[in-house]
Design a protein around this ligand. Sequence first.
Ligand SMILES: [Zn+2]
Ligand SMILES: [Zn+2]
Length: 292
Amino acid sequence: MLPYATIGDAAAALGRNLTVAETLWYNYSADKSDYFLYCHNILFLFLIFSLVPLPLVFLSSLPSSRLDRYKIQPKVKLSWPEMIKCYKDVMRMFFLVVGPLQLVSYPSIKLIGIRTSLPLPSGWEIFLQLLVYFVVEDYTNYWIHRFLHNKWGYEKIHKVHHEYSAPIAFAAPYAHWAEILILGIPSFLGPAMVPGHMITFWLWIALRQVEAIETHSGYDFPWTPTKYIPFYGGADYHDYHHYVGGQSHSNFASVFTYCDYIYGTDKGYRYQKKVLEKLREGSQSSSDLKSD
Ligand SMILES: [Zn+2]
Ligand SMILES: [Zn+2]
């Protein structure tokens, strides 16, 4: 809810005309409560969980396609009923845990100072805040995830997320209810440290989920724009963590690779990469010899 009766009042308060984006924001949010604006996240998450995985899930259901060579674990193929079951389980958790968590966490958002007011943040402000949120989330998630791989944490909680040893895009938010609650902390910590505008907060929640869906997609496409992000883990990186499963002591980080590098928990992954590379080089040189 904006504290201006008219758009002219808003311009007078800012001492300048509103930008196009600010006018749009004024028209949309002026008469809506902050609580209602915050709850938009429920709709965004529902749409992201449901729609973003669809092309990838559809792709993996095809009998064979040219994109199969980008599949990280090509031998594993889930049937449609299995994928629909995964989606249903995710939706059950969405309506029982994720949605209600959004509904009741509003006071904390007010407390840390997420604002809906004008002026809108600049593009740079949004970018830098999102960067902080991703780095803080990645670091905190790394340690919580690593903790969840102890015997108790894994058996009681984290095992559910590892039911998919070859993850699919729908399985990104597939987890025990306690894990969903616990991993809400890293997502909240960045905005609590550097509170921003509601639009930045929406973007943060949306981008984090899109990132998790890509990471769990089961495909490692060479043309994905995330390949250009420094220290970005990506699908191949996290897929290895699922492939190894409960015994995994590798690739705990959710977004970037530097935590696993610094704390020495990427050795298994690096070793596997090296072995695969040597095998590829070996088969390449033997096929060269044959063609000579
Ligand atoms: Zn894990
Ligand atoms: Zn995962």
